[in-house]
Design a protein around this ligand. Structure first.
Ligand code: PBG
Length: 339
């Protein structure tokens, strides 16, 4: 049946009717707020390329966590900037490492908030790679032992979830085994399963001071052209024990999010990364876009593509806007629209 009997505009005539037939609802339950905790900071340090985001001193980290919790955001993901870096990234698994300290404080002050610890080496190594270097290359298998140590130290400090973001082969299995042997069989793994070698991580590398000092990450992060390989990565991570799988970045990879959602039953997360955030902030500052509308549209699109969890620096703003009743558009009924 087609025009003139079928008229799709019939169901678009008012805010209320659009609400009734909307397929995707963005809710605060999906949001995860990323936070940087900095061993050297004494005050919150604004991050230039990520307006509104800060590197937090550990004794103030509870402030943004409480802000998130107060808005109903269920989870935060923590990245650490250690006091010192070395070739083996020892600060990442130190009992008193910066993320471990932050985890203890957060679990003390806001135990209901789900704490996700980024399990990786790049912020802790002096060369800035996500693994240890042997003969000039990132040594996969030697890195697995270190990642497992990191995960256990994070779980011991109170991480509710560990999130390996390194892209070494076999790391989910290695971490699962070590967590289980150490009494942490209840700690889920959210793996950055399909993590692409992306220029959109630029602002994060400034924020976390983790740009590689030589070479780049293309021998372990994925080639942007590959979607079938992303499905292989996800399948392997699930077989190795991943509880949640992530696609990263989000926006340039929404097709991958959709394919992963369709192919597997595991919860899917997408990371709306630093470069995606920076572009929206920059255009908004220039007065070129309506930030609130763009952010809500973007996050709705990530959900529509199939992500149940969305890691985003917009989390606080988005939660506030959703609270004000501004989903994809205002929930305040305005009657039948004229145009
Ligand atoms: C690695 C890591 C990175 C991001 C999250 N975890 C950077 C990288 O792989 O270079 C990027 C996040 C973002 O851009 O927001 N520990």
């Amino acid at each position: 049946m087609s025009y003139p009997r079928t008229r799709l505009r019939r169901l678009r005539q008012s805010t209320s009717i659009r609400r009734m037939v909307r397929e995707t609802r963005l809710t605060v339950d999906s949001l995860v707020y990323p936070l940087f905790v900095d061993a050297r900071a004494t005050e919150p340090q604004p991050i230039d390329s990520m307006p509104g985001q800060f590197r937090w001193p550990v004794d103030r980290i509870v402030t943004p966590v409480r802000d998130a919790a107060g808005l109903g955001i269920p989870a935060v993901v923590l990245f650490g900037l250690p006091g010192h870096k070395d070739p083996g990234g020892s600060g990442a698994y130190d009992r008193d490492g910066i993320v471990q300290q932050a985890l203890r404080r957060i679990k003390d002050a806001a135990p209901e908030v789900v704490t996700i610890a980024d399990t990786c080496l790049d912020e802790y190594t002096d060369h800035g790679h996500c693994g240890v270097i042997r003969d000039g290359v990132v040594d996969n298998d030697a890195t697995l032992e270190i990642l497992s140590r990191i995960a256990v130290s994070q779980a011991a400090a109170g991480a509710d979830v560990v999130a390996p973001s390194d892209m070494m082969d076999g790391r989910v299995g290695a971490i699962r085994r070590t967590l289980d042997e150490s009494g942490f069989d209840q700690v889920p793994i959210m793996s950055y399963a399909a993590k692409f070698a992306s220029a959109y991580y630029g602002p994060f590398r400034e924020a976390a001071d983790c740009a590689p000092q030589f070479g780049d990450r293309r021998t372990y992060q994925m080639d942007p052209g590959n979607a079938r390989e992303a499905l292989r990565e996800v399948r392997l991570d699930i077989e190795e024990g991943a509880d949640i799988v992530m696609v990263k970045p989000a926006l340039a990879y929404l097709d991958v999010v959709r394919q992963v959602r369709d192919a597997f039953d595991t919860p899917v997360a997408a990371y709306n990364v630093s470069g995606e955030y920076a572009m929206v902030k920059a255009a908004s500052r220039c007065g070129w876009i309506d930030e609130r509308a763009v952010v809500l549209e973007t996050l709705t699109a990530i959900a529509r593509a199939g992500a149940g969890l969305i890691l985003t620096y917009h989390a606080l703003d988005a939660a506030r806007w959703l609270q004000e009743g501004a989903g994809a558009e205002s929930l305040v009924a305005t009657g039948w629209d004229r145009p």
